[in-house]
Design a protein around this ligand. Structure first.
Ligand SMILES: *Cc1c(COP(=O)(O)O)cnc(C)c1O
Length: 221
């Protein structure tokens, strides 16, 4: 954890970013619940999980930490997740958005969300296409029980060519900047960057890097 934090700090100074602008979100998916306890004891506030069932099981065992859902969410699981996650980072369809709004209203709570964008146009990834985001944001801003805080993307996997990830990140940041202008809002959060593309993410304006492998080693999958 110290090494990864130092690395983030180095990239921040290289690109004139303040380290407080870039949150480290440990991704504890597929690791036992001890990984979450470790993070909590190390002073980490939130962890990321990609599967609803796994996350809910861990939540029973560890309290006092916030959970971010970073995996694809099927709309039939909305009632299981609403209010159980600090934030749902993977809102990627109007249908899902509407179901989240209905569920949050019914429970009388406000749920924080990010809109997931496939800014790398990777056919293997979830997320809205760039030209679908305006309509999505307009609808999201009209959802009284949802708090839209920004955007999330997963860059295409191309370890030998970092410019692929960098392009996806820059496209998302530029989209965010334009939407802030057009909608007269101030969406700050850009969840982008994983273990293989931390540097490109920080260079491109990421406010949250989601790190599994860099912290815990390779998953067995
Ligand atoms: C697994 C996962 C991560 C972490 O990936 P690493 O390469 O292990 O750092 C980040 N974001 C999402 C959405 C993931 O599913």
């Amino acid at each position: 954890l110290t090494e990864v934090k130092n690395e983030i700090g180095e990239f921040c100074s290289e690109f004139n970013r303040s380290p407080e602008e870039v949150v480290l979100l440990p991704v504890t998916k597929q690791w036992p619940v001890e990984s979450v306890r470790f993070c909590k004891n190390a002073g980490i506030r939130s962890v990321g999980e990609n599967r609803v069932q796994d996350a809910l099981a861990k939540q029973v065992e560890v309290t006092g930490v916030d959970w971010e859902l970073i995996g694809h969410l099927q709309s039939n699981k909305v009632n299981q997740v609403i209010g159980r996650f600090e934030r749902i980072q993977t809102v990627d369809s109007l249908k899902l958005l509407d179901k989240l709004q209905v569920a949050a209203e019914r429970r009388e709570l406000r749920q924080k969300i990010l809109i997931q964008v496939n800014s790398g146009e990777d056919p293997a990834k979830f997320g809205l296409f760039m030209d679908e985001v305006d309509e999505m944001l307009e609808r999201a801003l009209g959802c009284a029980n949802l708090i839209t805080e920004g955007f999330m993307t997963i860059a295409p996997y191309a370890p030998e060519n970092p410019s692929v990830a960098q392009r996806a990140f820059i496209r998302l940041r530029e989209l965010r900047d334009r939407l802030n202008e057009d909608f007269q809002v101030d969406l700050g959060e850009l969840s982008m960057g994983m273990s293989g593309d931390i540097r490109e993410a920080i260079e491109s304006g990421s406010t949250m890097v989601r790190l599994g492998t860099a912290l815990f080693g390779a998953r067995k999958e």
